[in-house]
Design a protein around this ligand. Structure first.
Ligand code: CMX
Length: 432
């Protein structure tokens, strides 16, 4: 059975579950909204649905019920490799079942077939200034591809709302196939004098992405497979996923929706933090004349950052209340492959000193590191030192979560989002 057919068999039972849930229990209350939540980023209000993954504050992310160590064991690997293949994670997010080796192979082949960038896109990407931020180039590339949206074409011709998931599926498969090529095009153009590298049809999606980035070390291919799996999805409420879902709820297609989500990922409190972490570490190193700083020196820089009214990048989280398991997964990779790397040693020292300082500072509810505290140091180790590019890597991975969520939003017919807003006067009226 093809992947699309497997997806189709899951849709009717899910529609029935939702219909019954609303019919029988639609009036049951599941969240109570306080004024401090309205004015505090809607934190903790249960008001979105997301079945691809779920985030527990203490346990971290589970993708369709599986945590990261479980996925590392259960998802198929590349020949001779130890890391899970992102195609397998995509299958799991979309279908809700673990894939076989063959299921993963079929996705790799299908994405290879759909991966060629159209000439008009290459021209547009080529015309962008090299000093335009890589995230702006990435978002622009995704948006420009909207010209080829099958969803938009079918909608224009007239399509039943019950069938919208089908062209959405076609669009997301095209997009995911092309994202590594768009990303590596941006990398080569911006940082490597336009030295574009042809895809290798023998390689899987993540391995080929590493190859097109120009890093041939097999360890980097393994790193990218792990990276693309762990950054993929973080339930529905994070800025990038929620933005895409909101835009998609107006029946904007996958290109418009993902481009919007990528713009959210480009914020320094979200995905851009992975660049800020390395910039912060390199700045400390430069100021101290190189080498690995002492704990005392790091503490001073941390306090300088906090006293300057800035956040410590890579630490804290809106939901998590312990060390991010995505951080742990990357730390384990580093301990195995680059234990003596200088920047890894600094990242490790920061793990020892930062939580206590953030606790003493007394503001951050979560003093522990998140995914972004670790990812850059691994990239630097394998020669991808241009940290302005790091959030594009995050975006390629996050697209898997965002886009599977979009297909399911169309499959279950989620309506256009339209929460109420209230005025400050109205709030003051409520407490009189
Ligand atoms: N350094 C300094 N102060 C921090 C902090 C940090 N790392 N994390 C939180 N705080 C501060 C907040 O700025 C806030 O201060 P004010 O009361 O003055 O506004 C206070 O602590 C309470 O914030 P919070 O409830 O703990 O955190 P939020 O849910 O509001 O924000 C996050 C979460 C991630 C934006 C925040 O922890 C942060 O800015 N971290 C640094 C940036 C970062 O690493 N972002 C990446 C997150 C993961 C991702 O999306 O990629």
């Amino acid at each position: 059975m093809t992947l699309k057919r497997k997806l189709e068999t899951k849709i009717d039972p899910m529609r029935d579950r939702i219909k019954t849930l609303v019919k029988k229990h639609g009036d049951k209350s599941i969240s109570d909204v306080k004024i401090k939540q309205v004015l505090g980023g809607i934190r903790g209000v249960n008001c979105l649905i997301c079945d691809t993954s779920n985030l527990d504050p203490y346990e971290g992310i589970r993708f369709r019920g599986y945590n990261i160590p479980e996925l590392c064991k259960k998802l198929p690997k590349a020949p001779g490799g130890k890391q899970p293949l992102p195609e397998g994670l995509f299958y799991l997010l979309l279908i809700g079942e673990l894939p076989s080796k063959n299921d993963v192979k079929e996705i790799t082949e299908e994405w290879q077939q759909r991966s060629k960038l159209p000439d008009y896109l290459v021209k547009i990407m080529d015309s962008l200034p090299t000093d335009m931020h890589p995230m702006t180039q990435f978002s622009t590339g995704i948006l420009a591809l909207q010209k080829d949206s099958i969803f938009s074409k079918k909608y224009r011709k007239g399509i039943s709302k019950y069938d919208l998931w089908d062209p959405m599926y076609e669009d997301i498969m095209d997009l995911l196939a092309k994202l590594p090529s768009i990303a590596s095009f941006i990398y080569q153009k911006t940082f490597k004098n336009n030295k574009h590298i042809k895809p290798d049809p023998q390689l899987d999606w993540g391995g080929n992405f590493a190859h097109m980035m120009g890093v041939e070390n097999p360890e980097y291919k393994e790193l990218m497979r792990l990276y693309l799996v762990i950054h993929s999805d973080h339930e529905g409420g994070n800025v990038s996923a929620h933005t895409s879902k909101l835009v998609g709820s107006s029946l904007s297609d996958a290109y418009y929706s993902l481009s919007a989500g990528i713009n959210g990922l480009a914020g320094p409190l979200h995905g851009l933090a992975n660049q800020a972490v390395i910039r912060w570490i390199l700045n400390v190193k430069e100021k101290l004349g190189g080498g690995v700083p002492t704990k005392e020196q790091l503490k001073k820089f941390l306090w300088d950052t906090l006293n300057g009214g800035r956040v410590v990048p890579g630490y804290g989280h809106a939901v998590l209340r312990k060390t991010d398991p995505r951080y742990i997964a990357q730390r384990e990779f580093a301990l195995e492959h680059l234990p003596n790397d200088e920047i890894f040693q600094i990242v490790s020292l920061l793990y020892e000193v930062t939580p206590d300082i953030l606790k003493e500072h007394g503001k951050a509810k979560n003093p522990w590191p998140n995914v972004d505290a670790h990812s850059g140091c691994l990239q630097v180790h394998y020669g991808v030192t241009e940290y302005d590019f790091y959030t594009v890597l995050f975006g390629v991975s996050r697209a898997m979560g965002i886009l599977t969520q979009l297909v399911w939003a169309r499959a279950i017919g989620l309506p256009i989002e339209r929460p109420n807003s209230v005025t400050t006067d109205w709030l003051l009226e409520q407490v009189k």
